[in-house]
Design a protein. Sequence first.
Length: 426
Amino acid sequence: MGVLSWPSDSELDRVKKMVAEMGGVSVNVVKIVVSPYRICPLGAHIDHQGGIVSAMTINKGIILGFVPSASSQVLLRSGQFSGEVRFRVDQIQLPKHSAKSNGTMEEYKWGCYAKGAVYALQRGGNELKQGITGFLCGSEGLDSSGLSSSAAVGIAYLLALESANNMTVSPTENIEYDRLIENEYLGLKNGILDQSAILLSSNGCLTCMDCKTKLHKLVRPPKQNAESKFPYKILLAFSGLKQAITTNPGYNRRVTECREAAQILLKAAGKEVEPVLSNVEQKEFDAHKSKLEPDLGRRAEHYFSENTRVMKGLEAWACGDFEQFGKLISASGLSSIQNYECGCEPLIQLYEILLKAPGVYGARFSGAGFRGCCVAFVNSNYAYEAASFVKNEYFKLQPELASHLNQDSAVVICDSGDCARALSLR
Ligand code: GLA
């Protein structure tokens, strides 16, 4: 349950050594990109409707060590998954669901993000010539947990391939490339919350992204405590349920429901525009919500109430009012349960335990909420006490799931992080 600094020298050394062995090169020529995981305190499930979201990265994530491979060949190994991925960057990539998978099972499972990155760069009109030999390593126990490991992996590959091919690409362009990986290559109908957080965040700031206009700003709380840089810590409490979001139909089903609600409301308001809830004004929702079936009404209620919570949360954050910020996070969590109806029992239990833990300002599911972890903001003076409370209480309710968790990382205390980047190495 320690506070984690990331990436540590030993993690970097391990990755560099692996790549040096794979490529038959010296460790000094190995390049590193880091791509952090993200949390979304407020603004859950509204990015795909063009809502306004808040996010930040944490000081944990993906490390990708690589060297250009001197040909178009890509060769990858992973610290988490077995097998090797091999393909060529000058092969045309087709979306995963339309492509025949003639690779091995391992390649099918984790190689898709690298191929997705090549797909996105090709879709953007880039002709890649240079492959990479790379070793990818995620923070232990944190993959497939609602921290957006898939976007972090996709972005790591984009940055490495761009570096190997001498391309200069802005964060805004990479947000779009990663959107292509997720929406087109993998077929997930998600918004741009994850990649925006990973590419735009800055340590200690809340990243606010308007997913309709694509404009963002960074909001820093006013005062920082001299001893403990930030007066809060971020707690991640893991449920023991792991599943890649792309394999759960629940996510896309909710997106479709939001669009159906938007379509009915827009028709009632006499507007012919794309059926997303950001095209519906609050007053139009208020006037026509009775036309929605109860479940669609709840999805729209989540959208409109969440947008309001984000706006209030940004104000609270800018004033350093963590109590108020936390209350809004917990209200957002409740709306995900009651209106968006996306939780599952273990995650709801974790959410409820977190709300009772000492020093916790607020909590909610991290990410889509179908599996993974809950995230909480906690007063830094109580972080260890809260972590051990949550671990003990969860074990009482879910002994089977909790026993599968690594006991040192069942609840993780972390800090805010920076954006995805190439490291300049000594
Ligand atoms: C997943 C998706 C995001 C977002 C969140 C929920 O992480 O990838 O686009 O919708 O769920 O807020």
